[in-house]
Design a protein around this ligand. Structure first.
Ligand code: R5P
Length: 299
């Protein structure tokens, strides 16, 4: 097994490599004057089973292109098997036509990765499970729920909490966690009006309980902060949030700071440069490393 990191999340890649007691493959990445990317593998990968770790986080297009070039370079240098490990899969939200004239960009990106030469994909918490069907190569969507469950169970009994989905699309995610925790769920009905989220209804009761919001992504932060406000207005004692991918665009962290959320837990699928005392990071390195280890024995 060989492990190679793109530039999107070198800290996570190093933690995964350390967990597996492997050095990272040496790569050289630079840009031409016009910003065109140049990526070169600086060691022998002939016949190797290589895992390329790269989140296609902001800047999504740059990180995506870098990963495609790295995969191409590995294949042209006769790597036997290449797995694209994409902790955060940018464009996963665009998994359906949301309006006449709209593309399905998640499908386009999945085609590009397979076309570049990847033999399989490992990722985490796609926006929707049907993403699995987009790939013409094996694709595995790792489940972060056990990480969240462990953290929640350390602080609460099941009767003290309600798992909440901030929108109808996230009900299965909330249901899965609630089943693990053996607690109730509630659902917020969210609509986007001119791309701004609006909460319309709460299905279920959060009165007197700690509401635990669960979502795949925090991007602008508006969904989860608005959801927290609705839950407090509906009588919740406190609101916590567990979110897989901390995108935190623009002023998202300021919004979280000013919100009714007392604590937020995100994973390290995306490298963070900003900090907030309310936001805590749970590492997915062991989860991903174990998945890579078991897949390495299969191919
Ligand atoms: C939406 O379907 C997703 O699950 C997230 O709720 C959404 O992407 C979060 O975006 P934002 O933080 O910008 O409201």
């Amino acid at each position: 097994m060989k492990i190679l990191s793109g530039t999107s999340n070198p800290t996570l890649a190093t933690q995964i490599a350390d967990y597996l007691d492997q050095p990272l493959v040496r790569v050289h990445i630079e840009r031409f004057a016009d910003q065109e990317l140049y990526c070169r593998i600086d060691e022998n990968v002939h016949g190797a089973n290589v895992f390329v770790i790269q989140s296609t986080s902001q800047p999504a297009n740059e990180h995506l292109m870098e990963m495609l070039i790295l995969i191409d370079a590995l294949k042209r240098n006769l790597a036997r098997h290449v797995t694209a490990v994409i902790p955060y899969f940018g464009y996963a939200r665009q998994d359906r036509k949301t309006a006449p004239g709209a593309p399905i960009t998640a499908k386009l990106v999945s085609n590009l990765i397979a076309k570049a030469g990847a033999d399989q994909i490992i990722s985490l918490d796609w926006h929707k499970e049907q993403m699995q069907g987009f790939f013409d190569i094996p694709a595995y969507d790792l489940d972060v729920s056990p990480l969240f469950v462990k953290n929640i169970q350390a602080d609460f009994n099941p009767d003290e909490i309600v798992l909440v989905s901030p929108d109808i699309g996230g009900v299965l995610r909330a249901r899965k966690l609630a089943d693990y925790l053996n607690c109730d769920i509630a659902i917020l009905e969210k609509r986007r009006i001119e791309n701004a989220p609006v909460i319309l209804n709460l299905i279920g009761s959060v009165k007197g309980k700690t509401a635990i919001l669960v979502d795949d992504i925090i991007d602008s932060g508006r969904t989860v902060c608005l959801a927290a406000q609705s839950l407090m207005e509906a009588g919740a004692k406190d609101v916590r949030a567990y979110i897989t991918h901390g995108v935190f665009s623009g002023k998202a962290l300021n919004l979280v700071e000013a919100s009714m959320i007392s604590q937020m837990f995100v994973t390290d699928t995306i490298a963070h440069t900003k900090a907030s005392p309310k936001v805590h990071t749970l590492s997915i390195a062991p989860l991903v490393a174990k998945a890579m280890q078991s897949m390495a024995t299969m191919c």
